[in-house]
Design a binder for this molecule. Structure first.
Ligand code: AMP
Length: 421
């Protein structure tokens, strides 16, 4: 038997309803804030990701699914969505008439990480991006949307971590202070961090190796090195969070290693997911639109891990996949013919009806209706056809009533509508 690829998975009916509910809640919320959906391709030229995410990141160095297409051009399955959204914003000159654009997108991402619980090679993200607003108020609004989404989904035990990464004016000063500190701790760092400390010292701050973490206690904090503009930006951000009554902690280790990432950065973590505690992450990337060939344009956004969010929501809800509104137990060819007509008519009207297509006894059809958790069963056999009336049984109250055949569809529609209210 052919099995799926390691790190990939199926989301089966039973679980998928939860995903649909999360997606619908997110769409509803974002659209209420004026965000519009954008759909981008799952493959792009490798160069787009190499340039936007950065050559010296784990994603680009070792996690991308990259291969030459038949003509030898290197293409990559997208490991994240921001790069493609920026590309689309530039390519279609979406800034030309109105630079402020607000987008969301939902879809699969691909990273060849080591699979484990909560970490997959194909995983899903909900992305939100805003272009054209430099103000920190928008960063706070993004976090408001994020925590509201979690609240609406009844997810608890979430914590907002925030930091500022400064800007190209003040970061070199911090980099210098950090490099001096790293030089004094070099013998205690893992081999990756020794390499990083030269090319990308900020990344040492978020290394997960315990010895590196120990070595970094006492490292300089970037928030002590911000220039006046960046400090004012960070203060505005914090005040706006306070005014919106959003709790957060300042986490000086929260960094992204690239120059495009500026100022606000944040992550939402939870205590309920074990090792993979990050549910969402985001921040500003004021330098990226320019770096990818567009105009100078501030931008900010976040990505929610949908797989992890679904796990959190599942932990708090008992999966109730609804059964069909009616199961039609038909006996004999003529009854099945009539039943099929009703099933189609009801289905077209959004009333879920199921039937048995084979020649089965009433007993076995009733068993099946029970298994499907049908709310009602409509019984039609030769006697019912002759009498011109079918029997409708309510599976909860066990009450039965007779319905004239021409009224079957209307009657079931009315009952289904009533039980939905
Ligand atoms: P990132 O794009 O790395 O900032 O990730 C944003 C969010 O996507 C994280 O907070 C996770 O919830 C989720 N995520 C990232 N990588 C994976 C993965 N391999 N499997 C499942 N979820 C992931």
């Amino acid at each position: 038997m052919i099995q799926l690829i390691r790190g990939f998975r199926d989301i089966l009916p039973g679980e998928v309803e939860l995903w649909q509910r999360i997606e619908a809640t997110a769409r509803d919320l974002f659209e209420g804030f004026g965000y519009r959906e954008i759909r981008i391709p799952v493959m792009e030229r490798t160069e787009l990701f190499a340039r936007s995410i950065g050559e010296q990141t784990d994603i680009v160095e070792k996690e991308m699914y990259t291969f030459p297409d038949r003509k030898g051009e290197l293409i990559t399955l997208r490991p994240e969505a921001t790069a493609s959204i920026v590309r689309a914003y530039i390519q279609h000159r979406l800034y030309a008439q109105e630079p402020v654009r607000k987008f969301y997108t939902i879809g699969p991402m691909f990273r060849r990480e080591r699979p484990q619980k909560g970490r997959y090679r194909q995983f899903y993200q909900i992305n939100v991006e805003v272009f054209g607003v430099a103000s920190a108020l928008v960063d706070a609004q993004l976090i408001l949307m994020l925590v509201t989404l979690l609240e609406r989904l009844a997810v608890e035990d979430v914590h907002v971590h925030a930091n500022s990464l400064g800007c190209p004016a003040c970061r070199p000063d911090f980099r210098k202070a950090l490099s001096d500190y790293l030089a004094s701790r070099m013998d205690r760092l893992c081999s990756d961090c020794r390499r990083r400390s030269e090319k990308n010292p900020l990344r040492v701050l978020d290394c997960k190796v315990p010895d590196c973490r120990d070595a970094m206690t006492g490292a300089p904090a970037i928030t002590d090195h911000l220039c006046d503009d960046c400090r004012a930006h960070f203060d505005t951000f914090r005040r706006a969070l306070d005014e919106q009554k959003i709790g957060y902690v300042i986490d000086p280790r929260l960094v992204r290693g690239l120059d495009y990432y500026t100022r606000t950065t944040f992550e939402v973590q939870t205590g309920s997911l074990g090792a993979q505690s990050a549910v969402a992450g985001g921040g500003r990337y004021d330098g990226l639109v320019k770096a990818l060939g567009g105009p100078e344009m501030p931008a900010t956004g976040f990505a929610i891990g949908l797989d992890r969010l679904a796990e959190l929501v599942a932990a708090r809800s008992e999966g109730t996949a609804p059964g069909p509104d009616v199961f039609i137990a038909a006996l004999g060819d003529e009854s099945r013919r009539r039943a099929f007509g009703w099933v189609c008519e009801l289905g077209l009207d959004g009333v879920q009806a199921e039937m048995e297509y084979g020649d089965r006894s009433l007993k076995s059809q009733m068993k099946r209706a029970n298994r499907l958790k049908a709310r009602r069963v409509l019984i039609v056999g030769e006697n019912e056809l002759a009498a011109g009336r079918a029997v409708l049984r309510d599976m909860q109250t066990r009450e039965q009533q007779e319905i004239p055949l021409p009224a079957v569809v209307e009657e079931i529609k009315a009952l289904a509508a009533a039980s939905r209210d």
